[in-house]
Design a protein around this ligand. Sequence first.
Ligand code: ZN
Ligand code: FE
Ligand code: FE
Ligand code: ZN
Length: 279
Amino acid sequence: MRELIDCHIHTHCCGHATGSVEEMVAAAGAVGLTGVVFSEHLPLPDDLDPLGDLAPSAEAFADYAARVRSAANVAAPDAIRANGKPMIMLGAEADWLPWRLQDTERQLAIARGAGVQVLLGSVHFLDGWAFDNPASLDEWERRDVDEVWRAYFERWCDAARSGLFDVMAHPDLPKKFGHRPTFDAKPLYREAACAAAEGGVFVEVSTAGLRKPVGELYPGPELLAAFAEAGVGVTVGSDAHAPSEVGFKIAETYTVITKAGYERAAFPLGSGKARWVAL
Ligand code: ZN
Ligand code: FE
Ligand code: FE
Ligand code: ZN
């Protein structure tokens, strides 16, 4: 049986997604997924989430974790369930906030307290600016795109080397709305691949970019090639924010990854471990 995995799934508890844990699991079963990682956002401080729609409250996150745990076969985490339901991991998506690392640490403490098995690391903020939030799109007009790209990758590399995360999510996120650097980004890509290899993290190949203005996987072809050359393991995820997005274009993405030289993808089990899935 060919395994189909989706290692990045949200639920309605974050305030900007639809679908309960149970609805996402049903959607995963319906599209034939054999493994899923739930990866809800971790609670953010109020000043970074003033409308309360970027991340769940601590209470909502605890409820999410309890629901994922009860949906998952935590007793046999290495076994694919024989009844046609996907293997479920409890994960979370943390924010790398290097100018206030105590808030990243607070997120990780919440994750630990909730029994989270798999941690995704994301750079969504450049200082206080949530550059991938459509509500903050105006700010791009005031910024130098080249500087945004350099600042983003500097932070991304620090996060990858930090040892805090199992998987680095959507690696070239600044391209989301089509903003591209004027310089050749290959040196940044080589640096990112080096950081991921040194940090011992997996990197996510995210199909979410295919649904955004950029219309391209995160990472794009050159960055994916750099990861492949550096021997960095990849996961595959949809970043689903609705049941209809669960498993989005995962099978097609296997083909892309294979062409980049990969023969297998990682289904992360936490603590650097993975079940390897043939592509
Ligand atoms: Zn989200
Ligand atoms: Fe994200
Ligand atoms: Fe996400
Ligand atoms: Zn995400």
